[in-house]
Design a protein around this ligand. Structure first.
Ligand SMILES: [Zn+2]
Length: 197
């Protein structure tokens, strides 16, 4: 990973807009995230600090591989299609382990994901991500198995009826990634934010 050279033009340079982003960047983010959040396939867009598109993958290419060199130091957003129209499944999912591995591997400035109803963001700390892809992968699965998984299983199995069990499975499944990322960000001291649109 590139180390200290990467952070130069990032947040905190007094660009005068919220989150250190320029107005043009905020405007284009809103525009593009609005356009991709309801899509059925996954699109990836990366912006430079002035809101220009540095990388675009509309999701119709056969490969979902992202070009790391093009997204380095960029604000990267993409969408997670909802898996179903039923209940909580409509929320869509927060970051996958792979998403976060791309963020640290490519050393992006910010990684975002949008669903039809939510926006999630992980911002690179001033001193850099300071984690490798394999550290992310390991922490993500450790949290999934040991921290989240065990209590989730206990929770849904203790549902009194079959209907209640199903409701509980839905609840833990729909928020699974979100709770992992929340814990991961806490452990790594990263800023994880999310809001309903
Ligand atoms: Zn993703």
């Amino acid at each position: 990973m590139g180390g200290r050279a990467g952070g130069g033009a990032s947040a905190g340079m007094g660009r005068g807009s919220r989150g250190g982003n320029s107005e043009a960047l905020e405007k284009n983010l809103r525009l593009w995230e609005g356009a991709i959040r309801n899509r059925d396939n996954e699109a990836v867009v990366a912006f430079d600090k002035d809101g220009n598109i540095a990388y675009l993958n509309q999701g119709d290419e056969s490969s979902s591989e992202v070009d790391y060199t093009k997204i380095k130091d960029k604000v990267v957003t993409h969408n997670h299609p909802k898996e179903s129209d039923e209940g909580l499944y409509r929320i869509g999912k927060s970051f996958s382990s792979e998403d976060i591995q791309v963020a640290v591997g490519a050393n992006v400035k910010e990684m975002r994901v949008v669903t039809p109803t939510y926006t999630f963001s992980l911002k690179r700390p001033k001193g850099g991500w300071k984690k490798t892809e394999s550290q992310v992968a390991k922490a993500f699965s450790d949290i999934a198995i040991n921290k989240i998984g065990k209590s989730d299983t206990k929770y849904w199995k203790s549902g009194k009826t079959q209907a209640e069990k199903e409701k509980r499975v839905e609840r833990v499944y729909a928020t699974h990634e979100h709770r992992i990322v929340k814990e991961l960000a806490k452990q790594f001291k990263w800023t994880y934010t999310y809001h309903k649109n």
